[in-house]
Write a new protein. Structure first.
Length: 321
């Protein structure tokens, strides 16, 4: 007959083997999870993970016993709360968390339960008419006013923080406000992978926002590559087109005629001519005056020079002879 001590040792040994053989180990809080819901979850996720329930103290002993084999695995101990169970899987932690969240359903808060997250009452109208309910809302720190015969909450307010125990009064108020803060399903507290521990606040990724961030990052990278002139499969063609447009614009501005710019330069000249013609009234432009004939320069008359020389005496004498 196996003693209780031996059974505990065997259970710890089994837990250590399960944890050691699994690359990803998670801690799940099974508290307040209906058995029917648990069975549905196990059936639906059996191909993705294995759930193993055991006593908290035995799980703690198994984690501490593997401290040398798995780096920082013992740190999972601090994340055990409620009714812990081991989640063993090879799936990506973020994908696994998304699968678990999609299989959860909302439920009203019951007295004695712990708030899974901060419970916030948003500003806006309520179905309540003025009356004693105003003081009840005020007791939870909610500021109100009366609008069109109904009580309206003025400002968002956290009426319970994560981990707070739900009181009967708070449970009643949340029910009347139509707020269902509880989630029926596996409560994944933390996941261990390669020495790192991811809590649910890290694992809870908005897939739509995550996708939009990738799209935005691609847009920024593309714009940077275009501005810096970096050639790649997406920018090369556009950069060549941009360079062509820039060089063409410079040629047109400088009136450099070629096969590409001639028509546009002529069209530009025509537009400029029409703009001048539109803004100038040629009927008011004075006609150019006729030029007066220039006076010819007067020349001083010089005394006529003697055309014939006086006969020399020697020649006269020769003739008389």
């Amino acid at each position: 007959m196996v003693s209780g001590q031996d059974a505990k040792k065997a259970e710890v040994a089994k837990l250590k083997k399960l944890i050691k053989d699994s690359p990803i180990v998670g801690i799940v809080n099974m508290q307040n999870l209906p058995m029917a819901q648990l069975q549905r979850m196990r059936k639906k996720l059996r191909d993705d993970l294995t759930l193993y329930m055991s006593k908290k103290r035995l799980i703690r002993l198994a984690l501490q016993g593997l401290a040398k084999d798995k780096k920082d695995i013992e740190k999972l101990d601090s994340h055990m709360k409620g009714m812990p169970a081991l989640m063993l899987t090879k799936e990506n932690p973020f994908r696994l968390y998304a699968i678990i969240q999609k299989n959860k359903s909302k439920a009203a808060a019951k007295a004695g339960q712990e708030a899974p997250n901060d419970i916030i009452v948003s500003a806006g109208p309520t179905p309540f008419a003025p009356g004693p309910i105003i003081s009840e809302l005020g007791a939870f720190g909610l500021k109100t006013k009366v609008t069109d015969g109904k009580i309206e909450i003025i400002k968002d307010h956290v009426i319970a923080k994560e981990g707070d125990v739900i009181t009967p009064e708070l449970s009643s108020l949340l029910t009347r406000l139509g707020i269902e803060p509880m989630e029926v399903g596996l409560d994944l507290v933390a996941i261990y992978e390669d020495g790192e521990i991811y809590k649910k606040d890290i694992l809870a990724i908005d897939e739509k926002e995550y996708f939009n961030n990738f799209v935005q990052a691609e847009t920024w990278a593309f714009n940077l590559a275009m501005d810096a002139g970096i050639l790649n499969s997406k920018t090369t063609e556009l950069l060549i087109q941009k360079a062509f447009r820039s060089s063409k614009a410079v040629a047109i501005e400088g009136n450099i005629m070629n096969d590409v710019t001639t028509n546009e330069i002529l069209a530009k000249a025509e537009r400029e001519m029409k703009e001048v013609e539109k803004n100038v009234d040629f009927s008011k432009v004075p006609e150019p005056k006729a030029e007066e004939p220039k006076e010819e320069a007067k020349t001083e008359e010089k005394p006529a020079e003697a055309t014939a020389e006086e006969p020399k005496e020697e020649a006269t004498e020769e003739k008389s002879e």
